[in-house]
Design a protein around this ligand. Sequence first.
Ligand SMILES: [Zn+2]
Length: 66
Amino acid sequence: MRVDVDIQEEDVDGDYGLVPGLRLTCQECGHWVLVCGTSDKSPRRGAILLREQCPDDNFYDVDYWL
Ligand SMILES: [Zn+2]
């Protein structure tokens, strides 16, 4: 089913220290993931991660975040 995702900008631990990134939180179960970068591709990468990790089989629409 389609689930909303809360997207917050957050500094993320990257290979070279803290870098700007995003935290995506599943509004269904509260599971969250971090992705490096804040480009328009970052939310989609996060959505894929969430889909893999969230216990539910959800579809995440993150295209609103640009
Ligand atoms: Zn979830």
